[in-house]
Design a binder for this molecule. Structure first.
Ligand SMILES: Nc1ncnc2c1ncn2[C@@H]1O[C@H](COP(=O)(O)OP(=O)(O)OP(=O)(O)O)[C@@H](O)[C@H]1O
Length: 350
């Protein structure tokens, strides 16, 4: 854990991203999807912060808003640069953002659709060097060859097109493209979800090695809690556009303080046969509620096995994300009264 300096590299405050819901022939706006709804967190330099939650809870939207691929509706995204200067990225125009887009890079989920099939590896990986005016010609080619080698691909294939490569190899190309400009913060959005299980560990190990070598900080987005446990220092659990719980990985997995985290953990496959006995899985009722119309009060109450009428469902009484232990935050009205279970009862280190 020594790679974590303790200096925040990113401080996100009250971030919101709402998408208009349009209806009818004239595309009238009839409401808004609250994809990200008042999210605050920090990331320390050198750490890996995991962002978990089921499909549709807003993870991708949050990652893309932080990278300013999407224009957030409101909130602050304060980035601390190499010189220590803090800049609120949410206030910057496209042109002012350019230098920061070198520092903050995204690795996208699907290695099949995220690479342009008409570009060679040289063009794909070299493009950010060209776009940021860092290198051209022979120097660009040398740098691409070096980076391809670093991610485990032979530079002799650099004039081939993506279709000639497997999913794992394409994800290595994606990673090379992200790292070629030596970023500081990498937002990895489900980087191994589309890959065969056999390839996942290789890509995770690569990300881990590159983190040390390039002094990287990761925001690691995944719906897979096993993957997150293996790679993240801290984990934020998202539910319907908000953070429900945030803590050090070992602490969160051993002592969940939010019923949603408890339910997610109960569904994680564990190797220990003692824990596989019986059905320990906590089933969460129904599908994710409509993010255009989140439930009143605690937005998890409609699916929570512990919800108390008159406490958890009171309109306007949404629980705030508050301290429940050292470096442990949770947003639940009942957290102090609940004894939640976890199959990860003994903390394991990374
Ligand atoms: N461009 C868009 N326009 C309208 N709604 C959107 C848009 N992008 C995302 N949403 C909605 O925002 C909510 C959050 O979606 P998001 O993709 O961020 O979730 P997620 O947790 O990353 O899920 P997944 O893992 O399936 O990608 C969903 O209800 C989704 O339908």
């Amino acid at each position: 854990m020594s790679r974590i300096t303790g200096d925040p590299i990113l401080d996100v405050q009250d971030l919101a991203m709402r998408f208009p819901v349009k209806k009818g022939l004239f595309g009238r706006t009839v409401g808004h999807v609250h994809a990200v709804d008042g999210v605050s967190f920090t990331i320390q330099q050198g750490e890996t912060l995991g962002l978990v939650g089921e499909s549709g809870c807003g993870k991708t939207t949050l990652g893309r808003s932080v990278a300013r691929i999407l224009e957030p509706t409101s909130g602050q995204i304060v980035y601390r640069g190499r010189d220590g200067a803090a800049t609120d990225l949410a206030t910057l125009g496209r042109r002012q953002l350019r230098p920061f887009q070198r520092d903050i890079r995204v690795v996208f989920q699907d290695p099949f659709s995220s690479l342009n099939p008409r570009m060679t590896l040289l063009q794909i990986v070299g493009d950010p060097l060209r776009a940021h005016g860092i290198a051209a010609g022979g120097e660009l080619e040398d740098r691409v060859a070096e980076m391809l080698t670093r991610v485990g691909l032979s530079p002799k294939y650099m004039r081939r097109y993506p279709h000639a490569f497997s999913g794992g190899e394409r994800q290595r190309v994606n990673i090379a493209r992200a790292l070629i400009v030596h970023p500081r913060l990498v937002i990895a959005d489900e980087p191994v979800s589309a890959l065969d299980v056999s390839v996942r560990a290789q890509i995770l190990n690569l990300l881990w090695d590159l983190q040390d070598e390039f002094d990287l900080t990761y925001l690691f987005i995944s719906h897979d809690l096993s993957v997150v446990e293996s790679i993240c220092d801290r984990v934020a659990v998202m539910y319907l556009g908000r953070i429900a719980e945030l803590a050090q990985t070992a602490e969160l997995y051993a002592r969940p303080r939010h019923p949603y985290t408890e339910a997610l953990l109960s569904a994680v496959p564990v190797p220990d046969p003692r824990l596989r006995d019986g059905d320990r899985r906590i089933r969460i009722a129904d599908d994710l509620p409509d993010p255009a119309d989140p439930p009143p009060g605690c937005r998890f109450h409609s699916r929570c096995r512990y919800a108390e009428p008159g406490t958890c469902d009171v309109p306007g009484s949404e629980p705030a994300l508050g301290a429940v232990g050292p470096e442990h935050l949770a947003a639940c009205h009942l957290t102090d009264r609940l004894t939640l279970q976890s199959p990860f009862d003994a903390p394991r280190s990374r």
